[in-house]
Design a protein. Structure first.
Length: 138
């Protein structure tokens, strides 16, 4: 189940993420849609980077019957990326959700040998999403 909290003014239907979520996991996750201001504070607190970012993931310890963790997406940064890459805001949120959920599942593009990028590509193609995540992360 996706436990959704919308802290932004964007009217988002979280059910558009269900198919992707169910494809990747059956463990509960928390999804927070927020603003650049709030995600900047989280980025500073947890990563010591004092600027907004598009998405953060906070994995929990992988224990039976426990949620995987939390995903926080900045609607402000997502809007900018959607405009820049020429696709819908819903598609951008889906791309960021995929990226963060893979992190919760243990993938790490900073330390692996391309496995996370390959998995992102597979999911993006499966769900006919824009390829901008693949392009911008290469």
């Amino acid at each position: 189940m996706i436990d959704f909290e919308n802290r932004s003014d964007f009217d988002f239907d979280v059910s558009v993420l269900n198919e992707i979520y169910e494809y990747l996991t059956d463990k509960d996750i928390e999804l927070i849609l927020t603003t650049d201001e709030e995600i900047r504070k989280l980025n500073k607190l947890y990563r010591n980077i004092d600027k907004p970012t598009d998405v953060l993931s906070f994995p929990l310890e992988n224990l039976p019957d426990m949620p995987l963790g939390s995903i926080v997406i900045s609607i402000d940064t997502a809007k900018e990326a959607a405009e820049k890459f020429g696709h819908s805001l819903n598609d951008e949120i889906k791309l960021l959700f995929i990226h963060a959920l893979l992190h919760l599942l243990g993938y790490d593009h900073e330390t692996d040998n391309g496995e996370m990028r390959q998995k992102e590509k597979e999911i993006i193609e499966k769900f006919n999403l824009p390829k901008s995540l693949i392009i911008r992360n290469n």
